[in-house]
Design a protein around this ligand. Structure first.
Ligand SMILES: Cc1ncc(C[n+]2csc(CCOP(=O)(O)OP(=O)(O)O)c2C)c(N)n1
Ligand code: SF4
Length: 326
């Protein structure tokens, strides 16, 4: 199912009022997942079928026999979002019915345990919309580290103590892994950049085949942050390079938003208790990695004052670090 609208001029004002993810759900105040899902559902509209795997959303969005989704909604297991969505889509096709089939999965269910089903569906170019709601850990089961957890972050399985201090590896680059399947459309989204958000969901509606939307969704208890700061944190993720807004259509990738200049990563870290244990060396390791990523995305088009010190040492494009994460 696809529709054609001029999306280039669309803004947050074009988000319909009608909700298909209703009030009364049980998410924490300030939950990025709830904010993202509420708006994705408004944009997708009534002709939508939702699949949610085991995750926070399955718990706060639907508890038998009630559901906050005002459209057909299914849940089975953790690892099979793309496979179940494929099955629903096939059944709809067989019945001659039209609907957007959307899978709304967490980062654990996407980067790690659901990767095989995701890869299979992307490879077959199944006609579904896959949304990864990335709160950077397994939140529903008590904040365990996932492939999406960033360097230095505390989780219950990347503890901060004398021997180690938070996660020791950088965030897995799921977007490049998905891109390697050559799918028709994929994009990274932020809940603090709404015009961009709206256009990307609308674009996903217009395209046929496998579509992958990756949203950064701040999590108040997991990120040890204040509920009132979720938007500020999401905004700073983009301004510091922790998150990059881009899209890729048939293999052609393009930036959809450029910050005016790079903010130091410490501005992002200090709003979140999960990073409170990072020492100076670790902050520098993360900053340097971000400078490399920034250069790969923006080249010299956007000023990056926090990187001048590293550039004096060695050109960042000569750095051996691989590009990870959005
Ligand atoms: C096969 C399997 N392993 C483990 C679980 C337990 N489990 C349920 S939800 C969950 C965490 C989900 O994490 P994520 O996908 O990141 O979503 P979030 O809760 O963070 O939104 C886990 C480990 C399960 N349901 N099934
Ligand atoms: S634990 Fe995090 S992801 Fe789960 S409902 Fe609360 S804020 Fe949302």
């Amino acid at each position: 199912m696809s529709e054609t609208k001029d999306i280039s001029t669309m803004t947050i004002k074009d988000v319909p009022n009608k909700d298909y993810f209703l009030w009364g759900h049980g998410a924490c105040p300030g939950c990025g997942v709830a904010i993202a899902v509420k708006n994705i559902m408004k944009l997708l509209g009534p002709e939508t079928i939702v699949y949610v795997p085991a995750s926070c959303l399955v718990v706060f969005g639907a508890q038998y026999p009630t559901s906050a989704f005002e459209v057909p909604y299914l849940y089975t297991a953790f690892e099979n979002t793309a496979a179940v969505a494929t099955g629903i889509r096939s059944a709809m096709k067989r019945r001659g019915k039209k609907a957007y089939v959307v899978g709304l999965a967490g980062d654990g269910g996407t980067f790690d345990i659901g990767l095989q089903a995701l890869s299979g569906a992307a490879d077959r170019n199944e006609d579904i919309i896959y949304v990864c709601l990335d709160n950077e850990a397994y939140m529903n089961t008590g904040i365990q580290m996932s492939g999406a957890t960033p360097f230095g972050a505390w989780t219950t399985t990347s503890p901060a103590g004398k021997m180690i201090s938070g996660k020791r590896r950088h965030k897995k680059d799921i977007d490049h892994i998905v891109a390697a399947h050559g799918i028709p459309y994929q994009a990274t989204l932020s809940i603090a950049h709404w015009n961009d958000f709206v256009r990307k969901v609308e674009k996903a509606k217009q395209v046929d085949g496998f579509r992958f939307l990756h949203v950064l969704t701040p999590c108040v208890p997991g990120w040890r942050s204040q509920a009132s700061k979720s938007m500020e944190i999401a905004r700073l993720a983009v301004e510091t390079g922790m998150w990059t807004l881009y899209e890729a259509e048939k293999g052609e990738s393009s930036l959809t938003y450029k910050p005016k200049k790079m903010e130091p990563v410490i501005e992002y870290l200090k709003l979140q208790g999960r990073f409170a244990f990072m020492n100076e060396e670790d902050v520098n390791t993360l900053q340097r990695w971000l400078c490399h990523k920034w250069w790969l995305h923006y080249k010299d088009e956007v000023e990056a004052p926090p990187c001048y010190i590293y550039r004096a040492e060695k050109p960042l494009h000569m750095d051996g670090d691989p590009l990870h994460g959005a």
